[in-house]
Design a protein around this ligand. Structure first.
Ligand code: NIG
Ligand code: FE
Length: 405
């Protein structure tokens, strides 16, 4: 036997006992390889397991949570859109800027012009900032390349992040982000092309899921349906940017395809809520984009709660609508702007975020799960939602190995 490591004298927020956010006092985690072998009050640790301990860390009573999971990011791109932020402050809307050729397409031009090395370096710096706040798993979408070559480059950069940094990376192909200039006025032809790229991207191990932007400034539900058929025919799970700026019925459509998640959802209606509940689809709420676009209509939290839809929270990091690199700030905003409880918010960046990525081996501190956890300079879980602009994360363990960001 290789021996195990004991992390002791912790206050454990295992996130395993929803809806109550319980804490195990004087808790201990026994780690073997990259897995949690045993979790509980240290006094209950079986003597037989103690015998195999080869290293021990005293956490001094610190709070320990599962490693955080950022289940919606657009981390790979070049340039920034501070100029559009300035334009919006002077009265232009996000949709107007997009219609005038800015928005996503501005970032597409910058991304296409960037080298692989520059794309990777930018994404790695962003990933490290997220990791410094306890993020151990993150999703990265493509969507700023919009040619087969450039989407492939962006997805390959995301895969390289997962190889070269300790964080786990799940990749999502969001080639259906907007219609690129080469296909102006021909969205259906573009989506046919995208459907044709998927088998090669899948064959090369570059894509874990397929996403689309269903919106007046992007694709219609009928168009998304065709793309989702192609994805599901390959066995790829789908996700959707749905009901962000208007109610397009995207969530109900995604639910038909058993989507892992529908994301944004400020304009989600009752039918969409019910369809998501029936399909077991996670609602990923993105308070950063809501805040940055100065939206006033929050996602329908009471209806989502009543229907039992699992709620997740993510940064949606992207240069246009959510240039944040703080998942902790999103916890705070989900509570203050959307009215989520501490328990809901913390489930939203742990167990429910894992589910939004189709992962069942993480997001809770229980035996058998991956040994991904974060150690905080905090006593109560509420402190992680309460502060903003501060980072109480002290140590991060990725698959049993402590690593600095
Ligand atoms: O998640 N909604 C679509 N995609 C991004 C924004 C992309 C951009 O403006 O660059 C989002 O908010
Ligand atoms: Fe997004």
């Amino acid at each position: 036997m290789s021996g195990s490591t004991l992390w002791r004298n912790a206050r454990l927020a295992t996130m395993d006992d929803a809806p109550a956010c319980g804490v195990t006092e004087r808790g201990a985690l026994l780690v073997e390889g990259d897995r949690l072998h045993w979790v509980g009050a240290e006094a209950a640790l079986p003597a037989g397991l103690r015998a195999g301990i080869i290293a021990e860390h005293d956490l001094g009573g610190a709070l320990v949570t599962p490693g955080l999971i950022d289940c919606h990011t657009h981390l790979v791109y070049a340039g920034n859109r501070a100029n559009e932020f300035a334009q919006r402050l002077e009265g232009a809307s996000y949709q107007q800027i997009a219609a005038a050729g800015g928005g996503i397409r501005a970032t597409v031009a910058a991304t296409r012009a960037a080298s692989d090395a520059a794309l990777f370096a930018g994404a790695a710096a962003r990933a490290r900032a997220l990791m410094a706040e306890g993020v151990t798993t993150l999703e990265v979408k493509s969507g700023y390349g919009l040619t087969e070559h450039d989407e492939r480059r962006c997805l390959a950069s995301a895969r390289r992040l997962g190889r070269e940094l300790p964080v786990t990376v799940r990749t999502t192909c969001l080639a259906a982000h907007t219609v690129p200039p080469e296909f102006a006025g021909r969205p259906d032809a573009y989506l046919d092309a995208v459907a044709g790229w998927l088998p090669g991207l899948q064959r090369d191990g570059l894509v874990d899921a397929v996403d689309a932007f269903c919106e007046t400034v992007a694709f219609t539900p009928a168009q998304v349906r065709r793309l989702f058929r192609a994805a599901r025919a390959l066995g790829l799970p789908v996700k959707l940017h749905a009901e962000q700026l208007s109610d397009q019925g995207g969530a109900a459509l995604a639910a038909e395809f058993n989507a892992l998640s529908c994301d944004h959802l400020e304009h989600l209606g009752a039918a969409g809520v019910q369809a998501m509940a029936r399909a077991g689809c996670v609602a990923v709420l993105l308070p950063g984009a809501f805040y940055f676009l100065r939206e006033t209509r929050a996602p329908p939290l009471p209806a989502l709660r009543a229907a039992g839809v699992p709620l997740a929270i993510a940064t949606d990091h992207n240069p246009g609508t959510s240039p944040t690199l703080s998942l902790l700030l999103m916890l705070n905003m989900a509570c203050t702007l959307f009215g989520m409880t501490v328990q809901e918010a913390l489930c939203g960046v742990t167990r429910h975020a894992a589910r939004a990525l189709g992962l069942d081996d993480r997001g809770r501190l229980v035996a058998g799960q991956r040994a991904d956890f974060a150690v905080w300079d905090a006593v109560r879980p509420a402190e992680l939602c309460y502060g903003f602009g501060c980072n109480p994360c002290r140590r991060v363990v990725f698959g049993g190995v402590e690593r600095g960001p």
